[in-house]
Design a protein around this ligand. Structure first.
Ligand SMILES: NC(=O)c1ccc[n+]([C@@H]2O[C@H](COP(=O)([O-])OP(=O)(O)OC[C@H]3O[C@@H](n4cnc5c(N)ncnc54)[C@H](O)[C@@H]3O)[C@@H](O)[C@H]2O)c1
Length: 349
């Protein structure tokens, strides 16, 4: 059965099953938030998936469930992409490698920049080398909109030079360049997807580095005021995880060669944090009970950018990508998950 969260329309399931059925793929960071949803979708499409994850920012509970459900299709290596033997095993015979393993937080990179660099930049070089030696066809790299930094122009278009403002963004920009260089030097197909603020079920609200949507949801559901760093006028292109997974599947199965292309993956719409807090408060109303929506403001954090909005026309042209789930439905499903309820039935964006 296709996972509820991903909500791929039937014609897309048919289209994607063609390339993925029976294909062996590797997902680095596949125990994590986006990686876990990607593994669900790949399994449902009939792929054989090898996950490598050191569980530094995840637990294995979701994967363990997937392995019980499909023991012939889902395999897990508990190890780091920095360990050659573990990585070699994970990528053996992998046609496509989805490289999502990373230390994925701006504040964490500011407190420990070297760790972010080693895992995100050097780790990507190791994945590219492993892919090359294994004879893999393609590496799909999880890049980040953070590489645009404080460039004030909106929407963000891929052709502009990166202006990273944090060690995390710098490590992601370096990794994109490595992908391009490995395509040019060794003929390995690579593509960097610049994800814009991905959210959805199973994104942890707990860590001090948690993303804004799960943090808002847990505060609102506990009857507390959401906390905003800054005045709340900063805006983001919030991308429901089903949309990010769809773009990733399309990138892995795209028939044209990809030679280090950089492609934005977003919803193509922007929402301020004040608008987000109000919308989420509305969705959190339970049995008519009033929700304390008035945000609590704290000082802006270093490395945070003011506005972000993806131009998704390149993703449409090259990958045939179009978002399938809108913000409101994605938020409703995320809040339902945080309340412990199942996701709603598929709907259009
Ligand atoms: N969530 C977003 O909004 C967003 C936005 C832009 C880019 N990205 C990128 O997408 C990818 C997935 O993000 P996510 O939100 O699912 O994060 P996540 O932290 O949930 O997933 C990353 C996974 O990588 C694993 N990992 C970390 N270091 C590792 C190592 N050395 N070896 C093996 N595994 C390792 C972690 O345990 C975790 O399971 C990351 O590369 C992230 O930088 C995410």
């Amino acid at each position: 059965m296709f996972p509820d969260v991903i909500k791929l329309p039937a014609e897309l399931v048919v289209r994607l099953r063609g390339p993925y059925e029976g294909m062996r793929v590797c997902v680095t960071g596949g125990a994590g938030f986006i990686g876990g949803h990607l593994v669900d979708a790949l399994q449902a499409l009939g792929a054989t998936v090898w996950v490598i994850d050191d569980l530094s920012n995840a637990d294995a509970s979701h994967l363990a469930g997937m392995m019980d459900l499909a023991p012939d299709q889902v395999n897990f290596i508990h190890g780091s992409i920095l360990e050659d033997a573990a990585l070699r095993t994970a990528v053996t015979d992998a046609h496509v490698i989805f490289h999502l393993a990373a230390v994925g937080s701006v504040p964490r990179s500011i407190s420990d920049p070297e760790r972010s660099w080693i895992v995100n930049a050097s780790g990507t070089v190791r994945v590219l080398e492993a892919a090359r030696k294994a004879g893999s066809k393609r590496v799909v790299f999880a890049g980040s909109s953070s590489v645009y930094g404080d460039d004030p122009d909106l929407p963000k278009v891929e052709g502009k030079p990166p202006r990273p403002r944090s060690p995390y963004a710098a490590s992601k920009a370096a990794a994109e360049h490595a992908c391009l260089a490995w395509s040019s030097s060794y003929g390995l197909d690579t593509v960097s997807l610049r994800y814009f603020n991905v959210f959805g079920p199973r994104q942890s609200p707990e860590s001090e580095y948690a993303a804004v949507i799960p943090r808002f949801a847990s505060r609102l559901l506990a009857g507390e005021r959401p906390v905003i760093f800054g005045d709340g006028q900063q805006s983001r292109d919030f991308t429901y995880v089903a949309n990010a997974v769809l773009a990733t599947l399309l990138a892995g199965s795209c028939e044209s060669p990809l030679r280090g292309e950089v492609i934005n993956v977003g919803a193509g719409k922007r929402t301020t944090l004040l608008e987000l807090a109000a919308l989420m408060a509305e969705l959190c109303i339970d049995d008519g009970r009033a929700i304390t929506a008035e945000p609590e403001h704290r000082p802006m954090r270093p490395g945070d950018v003011m506005h972000s909005l993806a131009d998704i026309s390149k993703a449409a042209t090259i990958l045939g990508y179009k978002p399938i789930v809108g913000l409101k439905q994605g938020l409703a499903d995320t809040i339902a998950w945080q309340r412990g309820l199942p996701a709603s039935k598929p709907d259009s964006a």
